[in-house]
Design a binder for this molecule. Structure first.
Ligand code: ATP
Ligand code: MG
Length: 425
């Protein structure tokens, strides 16, 4: 019986993993430059944690969670990273040790959605959280950090959308205004939206159904019901983004799919690459109530998550990688022991080495060295062995010279380092 991966869950094979690594390294570097430190939390959490934080009436909690019973525990594969990070922040009383905490994370998330381009059931997110800073300068810097990262990765046609959802009181007022607006038009809404009208009318604004979108387009604006403090916060965000010369558009109906957001919410999209409808690269916002709701002291917080698969779809293909590394070809079993020690010496100088131990012919070893994209190749036959030398081939320039055993490791390093520097890792 031939097995296949679970629907909506993908393998990343070695021809693809260099792009993943490049993206992950760029993210980690950018996060560290802005003062974030890594946290790793479990992939499985108690189901209630997600219900409490994400909100009962959301797509994620209503229909996208992978939940299961294990003995007495109701557990769920994490659909996002903020709930787990905040649980850890509260559980370990991190607030008692430092006034402001900046965390980043990277890892797989799980949502039972309909798989399509840019939307999978296991997907990777990288994200950042700041606890203890009420913003709005922190909010602007977080957005600016993301824009900077996407530009570094060569992603064009970026659009930053921002909105303010206000605090709890504002939210309640807005909920009432929305209910009043949608109720007379209830017949024009999708069945799902009709069901939500009584429970969580904000969700209708985030619906992807064109029927709902048409009605939602005329809905009252959240910005009209903000109180003075919310409005001052939002103005502060816009001033800081202006100071950073980060372009943005204000979208008064941007609510995003998770219920925990307060005040600032934002999305970064790109029209570049092969994204199609799934063009939101990153989304985030404040969740000033979550720490307290999960049992900690009242602590403001903001975070974002970005989907790595979507970013990879938007990232331009980089130029073909330069040749690097060294292939060692012992010809005949007598040459093998020396070949192995040379391989170790070259690796000790930081150069990737593959040494043939299978006794393949010169021709098939040459073919493999070429397919691996090696820069250098060392040939060691019986004649060379008796004279204490090897043949060093430069597979890019198609030259060859004889080098002594004592010099070979250094010579290979010189050759391979030059090509790595020119290529820019
Ligand atoms: P969307 O509106 O596209 O469903 P969302 O509101 O569910 O996004 P978040 O939960 O805020 O998004 O997740 C942040 C980012 O994670 C998204 O912008 C996207 O890049 C990525 N993402 C979310 N769901 C998926 C998925 N099923 N497959 C791949 N990436 C995803
Ligand atoms: Mg979604």
């Amino acid at each position: 019986m031939a097995f296949r991966a679970v629907k909506g869950m993908n393998d990343v094979l070695s021809n693809d993993s260099p792009r993943w690594q490049r993206l992950e390294r760029a993210f980690q570097r950018q996060a560290r430059l802005y003062g974030y430190e890594e946290v790793r939390t479990p992939v499985v959490e108690h189901t209630d944690l997600f219900v409490r934080s994400i909100g009962e009436v959301t797509d994620v909690v209503e229909k996208e969670m992978y939940s299961f019973q294990h003995h007495r525990d109701a557990l769920t594969l994490r659909p996002e990273g903020t709930a787990g990070a905040t649980r850890a922040y509260v559980e370990h009383k991190v607030y008692a040790r430092e006034t402001v905490t900046r965390w980043y994370y990277l890892g797989p998330m799980f949502r039972a959605e309909r798989p399509q381009r840019g939307r999978y059931r296991q997907f990777y997110q990288a994200g950042c959280e700041i606890y203890g800073d009420p913003g709005p300068v922190a909010d602007a810097e977080m957005i600016d950090m993301l824009v900077g990262l996407f530009r570094q990765l060569g992603i064009g046609e970026l659009q930053v959308a921002i909105n303010s959802l206000g605090g709890s009181a504002t939210r309640q007022r807005y909920r009432e205004a929305l209910t009043e607006y949608f109720t007379p038009q209830v017949g024009a809404l999708s069945a799902h939206a009709q069901e939500r009208l009584g429970k969580n009318p904000l969700r209708i604004l985030d619906s992807k159904d064109p029927k709902d979108q048409a009605v939602a387009a005329g809905a009252p604006s959240m910005l009209d019901v903000l109180d003075d403090a919310d409005r001052e916060h939002f103005d502060g965000l816009k001033r800081a983004l202006d100071a950073l010369e980060t372009p943005y558009v204000v979208e008064p109906r941007l609510v995003r799919g998770l219920d925990y957001y307060t005040r600032t919410s934002f999305e970064i999209r790109s029209e570049a690459g092969e994204l199609g409808a799934q063009n939101t690269l990153a989304g985030g916002g404040r969740y000033d109530n979550m720490v307290e709701e999960l049992g900690g002291p009242a602590t403001p917080a903001i975070g974002f998550a970005m989907g790595l698969e979507r970013i990879l779809l938007a990232m331009p293909e980089s130029a073909a990688a330069d040749r690097a590394g060294c292939y060692i070809m012992p010809l005949g079993s007598a040459a093998l022991p020396k070949a192995l020690t040379i391989a170790r010496e070259v690796r000790a100088r930081g150069v990737r080495v593959e040494c043939d131990g299978r006794g393949q012919s010169l021709k098939s070893q040459m073919r493999r060295a070429d397919s691996l994209g090696m820069r250098a190749c060392i040939v060691l036959g019986e004649d060379e062995l008796s004279r204490g030398v090897v043949q060093l081939k430069d597979l890019e320039k198609h030259t060859q010279r004889e080098v002594s055993f004592t010099e070979i490791a250094e010579q290979v390093r010189a050759l391979c380092t030059v090509s790595a520097e020119a290529g820019g890792a």
